[in-house]
Design a protein around this ligand. Structure first.
Ligand SMILES: Cc1ncc(COP(=O)(O)O)c(C=O)c1O
Length: 383
């Protein structure tokens, strides 16, 4: 048997007619830039997420970048985030001219630990001794809803409110996930989503969207994505070329009605995995927090006793695809060495990087494939 980490052809086959129909409409209209499909998708995503507005952009990375620019964050400012995330969460902070400030995560959810945020602002963490951080220049925090489960947003929002810090949710992996019945992207000032093809709602190329309830931010973002211009060739600010392609919107419109069903199938797969893996010594299954709906963008297990890499190799030999998200936390990346962090600064993130392994979890995965994967894991762990 062969179990791919992700097989998008199975999804495409199931909705091929709808996607091809929508694509054909765009081809006939030849309206490739900000066509009517983009408007329709923006309306539907805003409604789906429970926000007022949604602004389509060229990628999840640009969603974060434009959000920081809309908040007027730049040189001399600090933005707090997690070191255990995809690179672009911190890359965009650098790219607007600000400095990323990393704080550690929780072991159970891999999301930012709000206590570390409070310690940072109270001057009780190592940051203030090592770096000169002025609290008044901490302008935003980017909690990442990693693997599809929302961070502890009540605690993060309370602290952020007290210090007038903006909250930009990196919900790239979390479309449809819920926290106390609120959807990802509807809790912070801004929510950033990615439509990268592998995401739970993926396009046929790059794409992203920003959600917000704030009219002023919405207006700014609409300008920022078209070079900072409004009408014609008059520019009140310097922006970007960052629009969601009409073709991507057409694909996403065909997929959106299926998203909840796909997310539920991922959840069902997660239950099947956890039932089969929970009694294997040396394996820890993911933690689902109360009052949250996990959408299992990834089903990520922890492997103890330094066996992660050899398990991954064993599964590869058994034709089972797996991946490590992420092998090196961002504070240890070469490109961020100038920030002055060192190994040991974020022990929870560093430990996670050595232990995590994501298994195939896509909605069309069969029970036979889950059985085969779990039996293979059991076989290796009992060697
Ligand atoms: C947590 C996180 N943030 C940001 C991004 C960036 O999204 P994109 O690849 O669409 O630029 C991704 C996706 O790859 C992600 O997983």
């Amino acid at each position: 048997m062969k179990v791919p980490l992700l097989d998008l052809t199975r999804q495409y086959k199931s909705i091929k007619e709808d996607i091809n129909f929508n694509l054909n409409n765009v081809l006939c209209s030849q309206s490739f830039i900000l066509g009517k499909e983009v408007d329709e998708l923006e309306r539907k995503i805003a409604e789906y997420c429970g926000t007022e507005y949604a602004i389509g952009v060229a990628s999840g990375t640009d969603a974060l970048l434009l959000s920081l620019r809309a908040l007027e964050i730049g040189n001399g400012d600090f933005v707090v985030t997690t070191p255990f995330t995809f690179f672009s969460t911190a890359g965009v902070i650098h790219n607007v001219g600000a400095t990323p400030v990393f704080i550690d995560i929780r072991k159970d959810t891999y999301n930012i630990e709000p206590e570390r945020f409070q310690e940072l602002l109270d001057g009780k963490s190592f940051h203030h001794q090592r770096f000169s951080i002025d609290n008044s220049r901490i302008k935003a925090i980017i909690p990442v809803h990693l693997y599809g489960q929302i961070a502890n947003m009540d605690a993060i929002m309370d602290i952020a409110r007290e210090y007038s810090i903006a909250v930009v949710e990196d919900a790239a992996q979390a479309i449809g996930s819920e926290y106390k019945r609120k959807r990802a992207g509807s809790i912070g000032n801004l929510g950033c989503f990615s439509f990268f093809p592998t995401k739970n709602l993926g396009g046929f190329g790059d794409g992203g969207i920003i959600t917000t309830k704030d009219k002023m931010l919405e207006e700014k973002l609409r300008k920022l994505r078209v070079h900072g211009g409004g009408m014609g060739y008059y520019h009140s600010m310097i922006g970007f070329n960052s629009r969601l392609d009409t073709i991507q919107a057409a694909v996403l419109l065909a997929k959106l009605p299926h998203l909840d069903d796909w997310n539920n199938k991922r959840d069902k797969n997660a239950v099947s995995y956890s039932e089969r893996l929970k009694n294997i010594t040396g394996i820890e299954t993911p933690t689902e927090c109360d009052n949250r709906k996990h959408i299992y963008h990834q089903y990520t297990i922890r492997i103890k006793n330094g066996k992660r890499d050899s398990l991954q190799k064993f599964l590869k030999e058994k034709n089972i695809g797996t991946k490590v998200y992420y092998p090196l936390p961002l504070h240890l990346q070469e490109c961020f060495s100038n920030l002055g962090y060192k190994r040991g600064d974020f022990p929870v993130s560093e430990e996670a990087a050595n232990m995590v392994l994501s298994l195939p979890i896509f909605p069309e995965l069969t029970l036979d494939e889950i059985d085969y994967t779990c039996e293979s894991i059991r076989e290796f762990m009992s060697l």
